[in-house]
Design a protein around this ligand. Structure first.
Ligand SMILES: Nc1nc2c(ncn2[C@@H]2O[C@H](COP(=O)(O)OP(=O)(O)OP(=O)(O)O)[C@@H](O)[C@H]2O)c(=O)[nH]1
Ligand SMILES: [Mg+2]
Length: 294
């Protein structure tokens, strides 16, 4: 008998959902960063074994976003809840209003929901972990509680062991060698955005969109030439991103190139252009052009 199913990973921004996805499938398919609102799209990660397939759906952190971009990406997480067989609700602290906001979406969902208490490497003791677990008991019917460290891979396998029990009988939805449904082009733009998130501060990470303009297989130099547009909202942001003498953008480019080389095993030559598109996060046409929304 072959088992398979879809499992959504949801939670507040920055709790470690994408880190958990990568840990569960043993490969980096989703970018991760210390800045909230890193993930902006639904990202599928596939774990294939002989007798089962788990299709994990990483989602943007759920929160009450103000701009149109955030409202659009919040819908992604909410609709993912509808489309899956099971849910992993990731938390990293005791229940607060932010978690309560998310738990409202669980009402009436007739599917198993598990809580993952992530970042236990930062919790000092077993009793500190228990306190977090206790704060979630009683409100919802959770099927299980998993204290883990996605970063250190501690107890991540316990989640898989439990999910196998709950998986329904089903086909292989993806070929076993396929780890994600993201195209290489999208993955490249994401890895570039990851480096921008790491090396910029304040509002810049949130104001950035990355669009791959062209990809050229340069057989002569045995590399791929990639030309990329980085969109920001204001001229001041462009200045900061480029940095004095172009130093900042050069550093981001170097780090992105190394990461793409590592993750996608592709040698690339990267050209980055920074362009201002005023208030793009609130313009439906821009959002569509940059790959957001229906
Ligand atoms: N200490 C510790 N840090 C972790 C752990 N898992 C993730 N992190 C860190 O938490 C931060 C956020 O991780 P992400 O995986 O990007 O979080 P996310 O929930 O996907 O965030 P959004 O996409 O913004 O919703 C990163 O700096 C991670 O390194 C963990 O187990 N322990
Ligand atoms: Mg994420």
């Amino acid at each position: 008998m072959h088992k398979s199913g879809f499992i959504a990973i949801v939670g507040r921004p920055n709790v470690g959902k994408s880190t958990l996805l990568n840990a569960l499938i043993g490969q980096k398919v989703a970018i991760m960063s210390p800045k909230p609102q890193t993930t902006r799209h639904r990202i599928t990660g596939v774990l294939s074994e002989n007798d089962y397939q788990m299709i994990f759906v990483d989602t943007p952190g759920m929160h009450k976003g103000k701009d149109l971009l955030n409202k659009t990406i919040d819908k992604v997480a909410v609709s993912s809840l509808r489309d899956v067989d099971m849910v992993l609700f990731v938390v990293d602290r005791k229940k607060t209003a932010a978690e309560g906001f998310i738990m409202n979406y669980f009402k009436g969902l007739k599917k198993p929901i598990f809580i993952v208490i992530n970042k236990i490497d930062e919790l000092k003791s077993k009793s500190a972990i228990d306190e977090v677990i206790m704060s979630y008991m009683g409100d919802n019917d959770f099927e299980g509680y998993f204290p883990v460290s996605a970063k250190d891979l501690t107890y991540v396998d316990k989640i898989k062991e439990k999910l196998i029990e709950y998986l329904p009988e089903g086909p292989k939805y993806f070929p076993p060698e396929m780890k994600s449904d993201q195209s290489e082009t999208v993955m490249m733009s994401e890895l570039i955005r990851e480096k921008i998130l790491y090396f910029t501060e304040q509002e810049i990470p949130h104001a950035v969109a990355v669009v791959i303009e062209s990809i050229y297989q340069n057989t002569e130099l045995n590399q791929v030439d990639v030309s990329t547009l980085i969109i920001v909202e204001r001229p001041t942001q462009k200045q900061i991103l480029i940095g004095r003498g172009g130093e900042k953008i050069k550093h981001i480019g170097t780090e992105a190139r190394k990461e793409i080389n590592k993750v996608l095993d592709t040698k690339i030559h990267l050209t980055l252009w920074v362009k201002v598109k005023k208030d793009w996060r609130n313009r439906p046409s821009d959002l569509k052009a940059f790959g957001f929304g229906e």
